[in-house]
Design a binder for this molecule. Sequence first.
Ligand code: MN
Length: 421
Amino acid sequence: MFTFIHAADIHLDSPLRGLSRYESAPAESIRNACRRAFENLVDRAIEEQVAFVLLAGDLYDGDWKDYSTGIFLKLQVGRLGQHGIRVFAVLGNHDAANKMTKTLEPPANMTILSSRRVETILADDLSVAIHGRSFGQGQVSDNLAAHFPAAKDGLFNIGLLHTSLDGREGHAPYAPCTVDDLRSKGYQYWALGHVHKYEVVSRDPWIVFPGCIQGRHIKETGPKGCVLVTVDGGAVKEVENIPLDVLRWAFCRVDVTDVADVRDVLNRVRRHMEAERDVADGRPIAMRIRLEGTTGLCDELAAYPERLEQEVRALGAEIAGEDLWVERVENAATNRMDLDSILSDDTVFGELLNEILATPGGPEAIGGLEQVIDDLRRKVPPEALRGASPLSLDDAEFIHGLVEEAKHLLVGRLLGAGGAR
Ligand SMILES: [Mn+2]
């Protein structure tokens, strides 16, 4: 019997895009989170006395800024080496062979499989064969799995590959292949990477995406880590998902249907915050709050987004101190009923609201808007144009969304100020 760890998508020293927009962001702890999570992986591997560690691509986020990234890796993989633990890795689209201009010799106990052909490594002492192939360039559209050899009889066969499989939402389609392509090889375990969310694709054979080891932005929510695989008698006995993350991202959708007042809204937000804090197991949390549902309070909430956001931030501080950072507050609550009745009123106020809401969202349809966007493009810092939620000023759909938001903010303020109450 032996165990191994399968991890992927470490994205060491991934740059923090967009975070500088938030003055309250715990940028330093997010910056270091991937390194801390990798240290956790090494600690766990030593503790479990695993036979080896598999890294299925995107160990690095891209070309190193300096050599400290490589030195960090040497240090951590070196710790594994001191305990006789080997590391087998393939390169993915982020750290493909042709992307890395700075390199260091890999540590003696680490093998990076070839990007030119499928390579098979035999660990005779364990009766294991590891078949894998690295990405030679960032964009691989070939089916790499097709060239993997058939399983070696009498051995525990592992396929190590960075792939989007038959397509996964939010992930570029690299090295595409089907579950049947993998199944046809007769391996016992496929150690995949690229998809940042934990997924057991199949149990016969085992085909697993461990997910990334540390969430880096609001699209990477929930626990992140690796899997610990136990092999007994040439077959997988157990696959355990192990969290390694040091900071957790949470996207909370708070239903505010029928709330009585702002205090009521905050009470509902509080319940979500407390629930997330309780499952985070002492880790700091970066949280986005999105209000949803239908409420008579909608306009009041929409009219003063800054105040709402500050109330929510203050609540986060009350509940978990510096361990809860509110990344953003989104108000998607609606108030159809009230608005509908005013819009059908034959008053000047009703007409005004109708006119605002009828304004088309395209920049070409609103006089002067294109000029405003041009000005904006010159003024915003470049990092605001990149990252997980960039200001996509050239994206018509994005501009449309902003115009819609502005319309509802305006209508909310008008309803609050005059007509409705
Ligand atoms: Mn990838």
